[in-house]
Ligand binder design. Structure first.
Ligand SMILES: Nc1ncnc2c1ncn2[C@@H]1O[C@H](COP(=O)(O)OP(=O)(O)OP(=O)(O)O)[C@@H](O)[C@H]1O
Length: 275
């Protein structure tokens, strides 16, 4: 089964690419370029992960897709238009907790609808539904400091997803939780994604996490002037259960193929001789 088709709904049928980067270069001021000639097309409904050595520019790339930074050269398009024009179509899940400590989980998740002008009763009902979807029913009235890191991550995902973004950008969203919780959060994420048809661009340091979640893994080269050095389709069937997938030979095979490319970039970053 070609997993690329999974997660698709009417939202994606015949639609334009979700993200197109054309010849993108980027630098912070006059510093050496972080990215150079990055070309990348993400079809709608895809789950794509970006991996690469530390400091190669993964987060910078997400910033460009979000319109939080402008490319030095080239173009960034979101759903067929220049990215600056429609930031509301993007959701961004950061590595750090961004829940407001003085609001309950329910109030945190309801924040997006509140800012969009949704009436109180409706937004709280919606927030409760989203909390239930991410396994947090019963914790509506808890404050962020009263729940675990994994639960805060779930709430953060619900907080972002409730606004219905077409493109969800996730920057190492599970890096602060333990490996078992990462697996459970990954399963929860795939469940939401499978229902939604949204496009996900996911940055991670963890190659196995990238392969287990994605339709495609993109490898960025060692910096400076990073570019795309590998694109690896992941044709593992869906739905996937991340508790089981890591032992499958087909999974290991994809991980090995991606690692062949990533390994050289990691070695270059840390100054080792290339094979
Ligand atoms: N605001 C900034 N100003 C100047 N340089 C920056 C800024 N943010 C990041 N950089 C530099 O740009 C390069 C790419 O950083 P970026 O955070 O995009 O990489 P990354 O691949 O996400 O890193 P990591 O894997 O360590 O999270 C790094 O050399 C970093 O030091």
């Amino acid at each position: 089964m070609d997993t690329a088709a999974c997660g698709s709904t009417a939202r994606t049928a015949g639609a334009r690419p979700a993200v197109v980067l054309g010849g993108v270069g980027f630098s912070y001021g006059s510093a050496r370029p972080v990215l150079d000639d990055v070309n990348l097309t993400v079809p709608p409904g895809r789950f794509v992960s970006i991996v690469g050595p530390s400091g190669c520019g993964k987060s910078s790339l997400l910033h460009l897709i979000a319109g939080l930074a402008a490319p030095t050269t080239g173009t960034v398009e979101l759903l067929g238009r220049p990215v600056n024009a429609q930031r509301h179509e993007i959701g961004y899940v950061f590595q750090q907790d961004v829940l407001l400590p003085w609001r309950t989980l329910e109030q945190n998740v309801a924040l997006g609808p509140q800012l969009a002008g949704t009436r109180r009763a409706a937004r709280l009902r919606e927030a409760r539904e989203w909390l239930a979807r991410v396994g947090l029913a019963g914790f509506e009235d808890s404050y962020p400091h009263q729940v675990s890191g994994g639960m805060r991550r779930r709430a953060a995902i619900a907080q972002t997803w409730i606004t219905g973004p077409d493109v969800l950008l996730m920057d190492e969203p599970f890096s602060a939780v333990d490996v078992q919780m990462r697996t459970l959060l990954g399963n929860a994420l795939l469940g939401l994604w499978g229902e939604s048809g949204q496009t996900v661009v996911f940055v991670t340091h963890d190659l196995e996490e990238a392969v287990s979640l994605s339709d495609e893994v993109i490898v960025l080269s060692s910096g400076p002037a990073s570019t795309v050095v590998g694109r690896f389709p992941v044709l593992l069937e869906r739905p996937r259960d991340l508790l089981d997938i890591r032992t499958r030979p087909a999974f290991r095979e994809v991980c090995d193929r991606v690692w062949q490319t990533l390994r050289d970039e990691v070695a270059a970053t840390y100054g080792e001789a290339r094979r």
